[in-house]
Design a protein around this ligand. Structure first.
Ligand code: SAH
Length: 357
């Protein structure tokens, strides 16, 4: 095919790539994966409609056609499978991807799909070029909403809930990869603070597997206010830029990527003050970007997603970013951690253990 024609086709696909996210969002809102997964085998459109729990829904021809077109789009992306019964009726079934859309069981990415595609989270994406042209230091999120994400979440209960639930759904996904790689490390600590720990799900997973650990979940007041009670976890509200509660070690997951180099140095210095000088450590769970994606033989299934996360940080945080190993080294040194060790796990982030000695 002519390269120019292929280019046109590809640009069309890119320009409409939001359609995929919207189809996913629609499926999650209607709980289509839950409906199909709860059946013994593939089901017809009429059965899907009959199980959508909304009293206003009818099975009018228009509704059926609407849903059929959405299902066709999801089938094309191999999110659901399709087969035909003896009468030629289309039946929709589960796939290796559909389980990630479940609302009623875990692990699932459904809450993250709803959070990332929430109109408030989509709005800053329209301001990327303004950030470059205006050159005024005002972030995309601030241009869209007049303040940053954590401030907005503190005054908007709906966003606070969507954000906390979106992150909490990654507890099983990421902790499931961390805990097996890391059991011995957690084994020899008496107390652990999770800095920016959200509603505490990560820490609960750690404490549950190592019940001797005294867990302290530390986050902003509006997040702690919505955190459920977990055995072995004490919730504490505060500001990590002022101080961090003391413990044998600190766990800090997906927090540093929200902040600039200077802000991270401030957080790391506060972490350093909170742990024992000789035996303490900070366990950082973050993406380590490859210096270059050019090495074809070193491909990881999450490489592309890690690069996308960097763009997400641009849209949703102030000066946050994903970092390469070199950038982590520089940051940790300035924050008071001259030594560190990176452990790769089968997940988007890696484990970065940082030592203050
Ligand atoms: N660690 C959790 C949450 C990461 S999102 C997880 O991996 O799921 C970043 C977290 O940092 C949010 O919960 C946010 O409320 C918290 N945070 C932001 N600013 C903070 C501050 N100044 N002090 C303490 N926590 C803060």
């Amino acid at each position: 095919m002519d390269d120019v024609l292929r280019g046109q086709a590809e640009i069309f696909e890119h320009l409409f790539s939001f359609v995929d996210s919207m189809a996913l969002k629609c499926a999650v809102e209607l709980r289509i994966a839950d409906i199909i997964h709860s059946q013994d085998g593939p089901i017809a459109l009429t059965q899907i409609v009959a199980n959508i729990s909304d009293s206003t829904i009818s099975s009018s021809p228009e509704t059926m056609l609407y849903l059929k077109r959405i299902m066709r789009s999801l089938v094309r992306k191999k999110i659901f499978t399709v087969q035909y019964d003896d009468g030629g009726q289309t039946l929709y079934g589960v796939s290796s991807k559909s389980g990630w859309l479940l609302r009623d069981s875990k692990p699932s990415l459904a809450p993250l799909i709803l959070m990332e595609n929430h109109p408030l989270q989509m709005a800053p994406w329209h301001y990327l070029s303004h950030c470059i042209k205006d050159d005024d230091g005002i972030t995309a999120y601030e241009k869209a909403h007049g303040c940053g994400i954590f401030k907005l979440a503190s005054v908007n209960g709906e966003l606070n809930k969507a954000f906390n639930e979106g992150l909490a759904c990654l507890v099983e996904v990421v902790m499931g990869a961390i805990l097996p790689a890391y059991k011995d490390v957690f084994g020899c600590m008496g107390s652990l603070v999770d800095v920016g720990g959200g509603t505490g799900g990560d820490l609960y997973e750690i404490v549950r597997s190592q019940p001797h650990i005294k867990g302290i979940n530390f986050d902003l007041p509006h997040v702690i206010a919505t955190a459920p009670a977990y055995d072995g976890v004490v919730h504490l509200a505060g500001n990590m830029f002022e101080s961090v509660p003391s413990a044998d070690a600190i766990f800090i997951k997906w927090v540093l990527h929200d902040w600039s180099h200077e802000e991270c140095v401030k957080i790391l210095k506060n972490c350093r003050k909170a742990i024992p000088e000789k035996t303490g450590k900070v366990i950082i769970i973050e993406i380590v970007l490859k210096e270059s994606l050019a090495k074809e033989n070193d491909v990881d299934v999450f490489d592309e997603t890690r690069m996308i996360f960097d763009m997400v940080m641009m849209a949703h945080t102030s000066c946050g970013k994903e970092r390469t190993e070199f950038e982590w080294k520089k940051l940790l040194e300035e924050g008071g951690f001259p030594r560190f060790k990176i452990t790769k796990i089968p997940a988007i982030p890696s484990i970065i253990e940082a030592y203050p000695f």
